[in-house]
Design a protein. Structure first.
Length: 279
């Protein structure tokens, strides 16, 4: 099932509860720009609301994930009075909050599937996802220092939390390329698949998550995100609240029944449910 995004620069296909979102500017290595990026911002809450979406997987067309911001659009003169520095800061802050911030907080599990390069803000987009899988020909690079920039879209917040502060500093200061295998070694990528079978294997990886216990996964994500910045006591309280709510759910009852009956649990009545409110 195709979901309309309003532009050919962003595609969305829904199969087996996986919404595959494809950045579709292969001639520019899927660079973010004035058409693609607003479309992605608008799509995320739509996918979050749909009950037939169990997982969101973001990927890129061709041989790249995303090369970052479209440099050809940077510094282009606008119309009307030039914005003040304060206005520019406020605008960029809001753009970041509504893209990678929104992606990070999405209640559905999110996966970045990297067929090739993830660089600059494209890397930020991948880091905002819960998990990353990569083709064995992919590479990751911060890239910001290469064009004299300090980084945006959460890169300097996400990366230290994933690989540690010292390693994040090295990756930003030197801007060295990480191969998929190297990224997996430091925990930045969860799985590496052969380039020849990458898209099929990434999809099947996502299907397993998408067809899991949706409500429990959303609560697990909430626990993990909150736990980064709160005390152990506060985490105990949140875990207790979510554990009790999960235990009372139909999905938990199904999982327990399946365990007793020695079968796989079926959390959703069909691979493709009708759209509607969140489960």
């Amino acid at each position: 099932m195709q979901i309309d995004t309003g532009t050919d620069e962003l595609l969305c296909d829904l199969q087996q509860r996986v919404a595959t979102v494809t950045l579709n500017k292969p001639h520019k290595k899927n660079a973010l720009g004035d058409i693609l990026t607003p479309a992605l911002r608008a799509l995320l809450p739509t996918l979050e609301r749909r009950s037939d979406v169990g997982c969101v997987m973001i990927t890129g067309a061709g041989n790249a994930f995303c090369s970052g911001g479209d440099v050809s659009e940077m510094g282009a003169p606008g119309t009307g009075p030039a914005p003040t520095q304060e206005e520019r800061i406020a605008t960029l802050t809001e753009k970041q909050r509504t893209l990678t911030g929104r992606l990070y907080e999405l209640t559905k599990p999110t996966i970045a599937a990297l067929p090739g390069a993830a660089a600059g803000a494209g890397l930020s987009l991948a880091l905002a996802c819960d998990l990353r899988v990569a083709s064995d020909t992919a590479f990751l690079v911060t890239a910001f220092r290469n064009i004299g920039l300090s980084g945006d879209y959460g890169a300097t917040w996400f990366l230290p939390r994933l690989v540690g502060l010292a390693r994040a500093k090295s990756l930003f200061y030197h801007s060295q390329r990480l191969t998929a295998a190297e990224a997996m070694d430091i925990g930045l990528v969860d799985r590496v698949f052969s380039a020849a079978t990458f898209r099929d294997e990434a999809f099947h990886y996502a299907v397993e998550i998408a067809n899991g216990p949706t409500q429990a996964l959303a609560r697990i994500k909430q626990n993990l995100h909150a736990g980064i910045g709160q005390s152990l006591e506060d985490s105990f309280a949140l875990e207790a609240k979510n554990m009790i709510a999960s235990g009372a759910s139909a999905q938990a009852r199904e999982a327990i029944a399946a365990f007793k009956e020695k079968r796989r649990p079926v959390f959703h009545s069909s691979p493709q449910q009708s759209s509607g409110a969140n489960e």
